[in-house]
Design a protein around this ligand. Structure first.
Ligand SMILES: [Zn+2]
Length: 232
């Protein structure tokens, strides 16, 4: 897995699934992705889109124009350039990489995550703006109940699953988490590490220990924590 930063705090993740061939998820910025492709002599074959926000799709059309890649995502009316519209439970095979599409409404109405193997057998979850390291996305289109169910589906993935999310909000998320669970040693340790240097990935097992949204225990408590975080 290759992770690059874009804009202020976006993560863009790429996977080289065969020698010289790569997929990318949520390429908000064209240049950031092209730089990686050029420096590593990679051919981009596939773009995966988790949701329609500009900072996740801003580079899609230019990448398609310059590389001829296939663009896969939910909701064609909101994402320009889609070649394949995917729904919950569908399989996306990209060479040796295999992802299952998981509908995860909440941040937006049609957000999806891609969960599977990135090309070398490692389990990954490409979570967009649904699950962050230590946090979760804002409820811009969906309800608290939808988002909580989406997070619980992600929590049922194997603990070793690598979490690749759309933004580096980690330090702020974990500072908020300490207001909810001040004695959680896992939150404190993650925060210490994130302050040293940005964390590009987490795991489902780690998030179950240190993400206070996954740990809410009920929809009501999740909604309460989400409201508190909105004004943190
Ligand atoms: Zn978003």
């Amino acid at each position: 897995m290759i992770t690059v930063k874009a804009f202020e705090d976006n993560f863009i993740h790429l996977g080289e699934y065969e020698a010289g061939k790569a997929w990318v998820v949520d390429p908000g910025e064209y240049e950031a992705v092209m730089d990686v492709l050029k420096s590593r002599s990679l051919e981009l074959t596939t773009v995966l889109v988790t949701h329609h926000h500009w900072d996740h799709v801003g580079g899609v059309l230019k990448l398609k124009e310059h590389t001829g890649c296939e663009v896969i995502g939910p909701e064609a009316s909101l994402v320009k350039g889609l070649d394949r519209i995917v729904r919950d439970g569908e399989c996306v095979a990209i060479g040796s990489a295999r992802f299952e599409v998981m509908a995860t409404p909440g941040h937006t109405r049609t957000s999806v995550c891609y969960c599977g193997t990135e090309g070398h057998g490692e389990q990954v979850a490409l979570t967009g703006d649904t699950l962050f390291i230590g946090g979760c996305g804002r409820l811009l289109e969906g309800s608290g109940a939808q988002m909580y169910e989406s997070l619980m589906r992600l929590a049922r993935l194997p603990d070793e699953t690598l979490v690749c999310c759309g933004h580096d909000y980690t330090v702020e998320n974990l500072e908020f988490a300490l207001t909810i669970e001040p004695d959680n040693v896992h939150v404190r340790e993650q925060l210490r590490l994130a302050r040293q240097s940005p964390l590009c990935h987490s795991t489902i097992g780690q998030e179950k220990l240190s993400n206070v949204f996954l740990r809410a225990g009920s929809v009501q408590e999740f909604a309460r924590r989400r409201k508190l975080k909105d004004v943190f």
